[in-house]
Design a binder for this molecule. Structure first.
Ligand SMILES: NC(=O)c1ccc[n+]([C@@H]2O[C@H](COP(=O)([O-])OP(=O)(O)OC[C@H]3O[C@@H](n4cnc5c(N)ncnc54)[C@H](OP(=O)(O)O)[C@@H]3O)[C@@H](O)[C@H]2O)c1
Length: 204
């Protein structure tokens, strides 16, 4: 699948590598495709603009840059997988800037009506996204969307790169998934567990 990854940072680069190893064709969409990034490596780069033949986009920018970046990419009817988290530095350190009654995903969807948005790939650190296969049992990856096809597509991609894919329902579940990401950050950064951790869903 030809996947336009918006943002050549930690997450964009990690997912690009994982998708390529799974047989997909990722392209990093970057403000300056020639600029040195977070080791884009062998993944081709293109400008921040519509990608010919794109079958999916992944949004991997800071939340504050999301609407601007999507406005440049103009996804049209192509599903967009939103990996952002609305992070900000507060008195207690890094936290969520919004939550409980809305989410980054819902705010992006509100700002860009018609976008086929699915929340996914936001609940694990970039090192986990890069190589989920290092973990046993498989790390869980949730997807939430109003669009059943877009949600199914994100779950297929998650499975392709080594995650246990779990349907989390409509887009408002992004409120829970963004908080879930914050728990990962707390455990990894503040509680000393480090970045080599991932959540799994166990079934009796
Ligand atoms: N770090 C993690 O482990 C992790 C895990 C899950 C989710 N997330 C979320 O995923 C998103 C990306 O995280 P990251 O760690 O990859 O961040 P990052 O390393 O800072 O990369 C973000 C990339 O977004 C692009 N960007 C920045 N400002 C932009 C703007 N104004 N307009 C368009 N593009 C812009 C840049 O790519 P170019 O220079 O190539 O244009 C930049 O490298 C964030 O929302 C984060 O909360 C992070």
């Amino acid at each position: 699948m030809r996947i336009g990854i918006i943002g050549g940072g930690n997450v964009g680069t990690a997912l690009a590598g994982a998708f390529a190893r799974a047989g997909h064709a990722p392209v990093l969409l970057r403000r300056d495709p020639a600029a040195p990034g977070a080791a884009p490596g062998a993944t081709p780069s293109a400008p921040l603009a519509p990608l010919d033949g794109a079958e999916a986009y992944v949004l991997a920018t800071p939340y504050a840059a999301a609407v601007g970046a999507l406005s440049a990419v103009r996804p049209g009817a192509v599903p967009v997988i939103d990996a952002t988290n609305p992070l900000e530095m507060g008195a207690d350190g890094l936290g969520l800037s919004i939550g409980h009654s809305t989410s980054a995903a819902e705010e992006i969807a509100r700002a860009l009506p018609g976008l086929r948005l699915v929340k996914c790939f936001n609940t694990a650190g970039f090192g986990v996204l890069a190589e989920a296969g290092r973990f046993a049992p498989k790390p869980v990856m949730f997807a939430a969307s109003e669009d059943d096809e877009a949600r199914a597509l994100a779950l297929r991609l998650a499975a392709d790169i080594g995650f246990d894919p779990v349907d989390a329902g409509p887009l408002r579940a992004a409120r829970l998934l963004e908080a879930h990401a914050m728990l990962w950050i707390e455990l990894a950064a503040k509680r000393g567990l480090g970045r080599d951790i991932a959540f799994a869903l166990l079934r009796a």
